[in-house]
Design a protein around this ligand. Structure first.
Ligand code: DGL
Length: 262
């Protein structure tokens, strides 16, 4: 079982920002990545639809023999992870907006969270916001249209920059000093965000924390791959593999994705 792969899923290429952190921290682990791009974006769907899609992805990864599932999607984590944990007998690692570290470090006592509608509307997001943010104002902003732009590789266009600037301005007007990236697609926007945000605003990406949590859970369950060899990686999508392959290339990765039905 230690040599089994870590299964990772997202609605598209966003989860690759988590996948690359896993590879950095756990180089001996094998991984299987699933991009459910035929059903993207998840952020506009109902809680039940998000759960059913997450369940389908989990089943597929478990049929491939995965030992642990990383839900590399904030929308799926905040809307479905507790039901997945009840249904499947395998460890799950999720990702949700890193409100706690941002709230602890904020000087202006105002933090921005850029996330999908589904994440901002979820119960898990409301309860996390309430637990860690006494005296802190959390300004949520729906990243309307951003997942679609990133999937199409259009985030560097002039139109995309204007659109992004429009999304940021209500948060900047309120004086945020931290911007939490509450969707795994958004780290792919960091170059554009860095240009548009004042230097005083810190960008908070939760990918590295997910990799650390995955290592801790594998270690505690004695499931770390002991081989000492570099892991192998399979990537699948139910839409056009060219989309993932473009992002893999931009990340400097040699792997290629295959088309699959799931
Ligand atoms: N990467 C997903 C997330 O973290 C994108 C959600 C979507 O498909 O709308 O929320």
């Amino acid at each position: 079982m230690e040599k089994a792969a870590i299964g990772i899923f997202d609605s598209g290429v966003g989860g690759l920002t988590v996948w690359r952190e896993l590879l950095l921290l756990l180089p001996s682990e094998n991984t299987i990545y699933l991009s459910d791009a035929a059903n993207a974006p998840y952020g506009e769907k109902s809680v039940e639809e998000i759960y059913q899609l997450s369940r389908k992805n989990t089943r597929w990864l478990l049929e491939k023999g995965c030992k642990l599932i990383v839900v590399a999607c904030n929308t799926a984590t905040t809307n479905a992870i507790s039901r997945l944990r009840n249904e499947f007998n395998v460890p799950f690692i999720g990702i949700e907006p890193a409100i706690k570290p941002a709230a602890l470090q904020s000087r202006s006592k105002r933090i921005g969270v850029l996330a999908t509608r589904g994440t901002l509307a979820s119960n898990l997001f409301s309860s996390t916001s309430a637990s860690y943010t006494a005296g802190i104002e959390v300004i949520g902003q729906e990243g309307t249209g951003l997942v679609g732009l990133i999937e199409k590789g259009l985030q560097d266009s002039e139109n995309a920059r204007e659109h992004l600037a429009g999304l940021l301005s209500p948060m900047l007007d309120r004086g945020i000093d931290h911007l939490v990236l509450g969707c795994t697609h958004y780290p792919l926007l960091i170059p554009q965000l860095r240009e548009l945000l004042p230097e005083s605003v810190q960008i908070v990406d939760c990918g590295p924390a997910v990799a650390r949590q995955t290592r801790a859970v594998l270690e505690a369950a004695a499931l770390l791959n002991p081989s000492g060899e570099t892991g192998t990686h399979q990537l699948y999508t139910n839409a056009d593999p060219a989309v993932i392959n473009r992002v893999l290339k931009e990340m400097g990765k040699p792997e290629k994705a295959d088309a699959a039905e799931f």
